[in-house]
Design a protein around this ligand. Sequence first.
Ligand code: SAM
Ligand code: SF4
Length: 315
Amino acid sequence: MLDNFNRNINYLRISLTDLCNFRCKYCMPKDGIYKKPRSEILTFEEIYYIAHLFVENGIDKIRITGGEPLIRKGVVNFVESLGSLEKIKDLAMTTNASLLKDKAYSLKKAGLDRVNVSLDTLNPKTFKDLTGGDLKDVLDGIKAAADVGLGIKLNTVLLKGINEKEINDFLNLTYQYDIDVRFIEVMPIGPTASYAKDKFLSCDDIIENTNLRKIDNKDPSSPASLYKLEGAKGRVGFIEPISHKFCKSCNRLRLTSDGYLKACLHSDRLIDLKTPLRKGEDIRPFIEEALKIKPLKHRLEDGRSIVESMNRIGG
Ligand code: SAM
Ligand code: SF4
């Protein structure tokens, strides 16, 4: 599928829920979120139908996200249904991993290829304070994923005054394990935008103070620039939506759990798929509309940030 700027759109992120068992300060609104009635949330059958249509039209990479996708009941069976779509080359999930320990084996068996795990600090106290969750659960989840052979990437959001002193600890993980550790610039999004602005730390500041060596990223649509430490098993990635936007190679669309297509993370424009789907209409024209409105680039540098919170959009 090509968008208006001839970008090949082959990647769909599907949010299964906007609910989460964590409360990361840069993601979730401080005052909690409004729980939508179940009728507003797409059923697994509806999501499967939409995903299948996308796959028939050229999407070959799907990431399941949220909120926290693992809190949704039936997630493993849903992964299995997606796993049966032969044209999908890459089926991944972004998760906080707190519930992964017990599900890693069945997810792998169901066809999941990889997990991206959010891990912003290795300090249990800082972790509790930042996320409200328990670091041990997450580490157990990561270990279980590694044990069953799921690919693992760690996503670490850079936060001034919170985890900047732990950068070397994260880098050192790549000596021990063959994993990708990816540092991500915090983005001002929705109700947590002022927290993100306050804690912003650029990837360039980090790279400057390390002896990382740049390596090729073989995936041209990947937003990460890749590096390695001499003698390390794993790699280090930097994702810089603020300092060096990667919109030119953006290949993704997002489906929210309540059935809207979002063509750009940083735009408030949504295309309703749920209403036409439930009326029995052909939803392909609405997908085409999303491709048409996908902007060339985001406007965060103009101080614009969107209204919705990240847990709703599906990061
Ligand atoms: N709950 C899952 C998790 O945390 O991995 C999946 C959903 S979460 C919204 C997806 C990703 O978005 C996480 O890696 C998280 O760190 C990232 N994220 C959330 N808010 C962000 C922000 N304001 N800036 C940058 N990344 C953010
Ligand atoms: Fe939940 Fe993920 Fe947002 Fe943290 S980043 S609050 S784990 S959705």
